[in-house]
Design a protein around this ligand. Sequence first.
Ligand SMILES: *[C@@H]1O[C@H](CO)[C@@H](O)[C@H](O)[C@H]1NC(C)=O
Ligand SMILES: *[C@@H]1O[C@H](CO)[C@@H](O)[C@H](O)[C@H]1NC(C)=O
Ligand SMILES: *[C@@H]1O[C@H](CO)[C@@H](O)[C@H](O)[C@H]1NC(C)=O
Ligand SMILES: *[C@@H]1O[C@H](CO)[C@@H](O)[C@H](O)[C@H]1NC(C)=O
Length: 434
Amino acid sequence: MNLSLVAVLALTLVSICVAQYKSIPLLLAERTAWKPNDGAPKQPWRSRPPLLRKPIRRPVPSRQPYKQLLENLRQRYPRPKEVLREHYQQQVRDFNLTASAKDVKLRNYFDTLYSGLITIGTPEQQFDVAFDTGSPMTWVPSIHCPPEHFGYKYRTYNNASSSTFQANGKEFEAVYDLGFVAGYRSQDTVTVAGLTIQNQTFGEAIIESDLFSNSRTDGVFGLGFSNEEPTVFDNLVNQGLLPAPVFSFYLNKLDIPGPDSVLTLGGTNPEYYTGDFTFINLTATDRWQFEIDNFRVQLSNGDVLFMGSGSPAIVDSSTSLIFGPMEEVDVLNRKLGAKPLPGHVSLFEFDCSELDSLPDFEFYVNGQKLSISSKDYVLKIFLYGTDLCYSGIMGRRWKESETPVWFLGLNFMRAYYIQFDKGNRRIGFAKPKY
Ligand SMILES: *[C@@H]1O[C@H](CO)[C@@H](O)[C@H](O)[C@H]1NC(C)=O
Ligand SMILES: *[C@@H]1O[C@H](CO)[C@@H](O)[C@H](O)[C@H]1NC(C)=O
Ligand SMILES: *[C@@H]1O[C@H](CO)[C@@H](O)[C@H](O)[C@H]1NC(C)=O
Ligand SMILES: *[C@@H]1O[C@H](CO)[C@@H](O)[C@H](O)[C@H]1NC(C)=O
């Protein structure tokens, strides 16, 4: 893990894990609908023994905000658990595992997280991972982590049953705002979309904070930039398995009919977009980042709000929503008519009947306009027997020493078919077909 990325990763992956910020419904789904490990005793992080040689001390993420929110929701929408379970299962689209080569089919969880399958080892051990443009490291849980540390997970990598395993042993640590994972590196064969990468270094997670151990996915597939060993994507390119150092995302929306979400490795898939790409050059060498000239919203009364001039923005596939500076974003949400959710920092809710009248979010980048409509930026989720509509933009505070970096998460990405062109250091946007 490149620790200089820690600040950048501040919000990365939160969507997998929820807690203070978002994806509340996701965690609810985790807790009610999917519990293969029901029998395993859950231990609080604090009581876990240090398993690495060097104990890692990090602030324990607070679960309080999440608990409060959950309680608020329960009081507002009391429903029996069985009914909920059905709703969750209906909302999580079925996942067809026979994807064609180079396409990775992605499973959509409540529009807040997309994951797909990879394998590690010989014979293959399968893992469900989140594909993360915001971080470089690929990691999965290790069999050497005691099972009670894994929450709801059940897949672990077993080096002893892989004939292609090679020891590495160097520690890795991926630290995020609200959680972390740590363990050691190993090397093995990795397959993704039918492509086989040899001698791939990856992380075996030994310790995961609750945020990760409660996640529905097993691990993370890093599509970011690494200054250390080559990422899986780098090796796909280095080992000649891809025609071009490009990957592209088509992300579906649960309430709009269309094909399953797909990550295409090595190029773009014309089945999922129309027209030409608008390209924007990257403004950083180590992230999928460009600079926004302006973020503009024209309110229904004609007032125009501008913010974010000259701010860096990262296109981040493991953040559910858009994040900008808290004070300004909170003002915007209020002006749009959203109400703050009690007991929660910067999460706002819309009346679902008003979505059609909401204005577009417009990002101006390099003279080009990237526009997303309310049907994309509002996170609408059927939960507790009713639709809930969360504002798709949340505020975040940065330390004075940090540059405020906008995060353009999955709701932004759904509005476009997006190609990430590592060779030309640019990101391309096209109109999705669905
Ligand atoms: C999965 O996809 C393949 C190829 O597109 C198709 O032939 C097969 O019928 C699908 N299976 C299911 C269960 O939908
Ligand atoms: C698997 O990993 C464990 C812990 O790192 C190590 O002790 C063991 O030797 C490894 N197994 C093989 C077959 O190398
Ligand atoms: C992987 O490692 C093995 C053993 O060290 C070596 O023979 C092989 O050439 C390597 N393959 C690649 C693609 O680097
Ligand atoms: C983007 O980068 C390419 C190659 O470095 C360059 O030719 C092009 O002019 C740049 N485009 C803009 C709009 O800066």
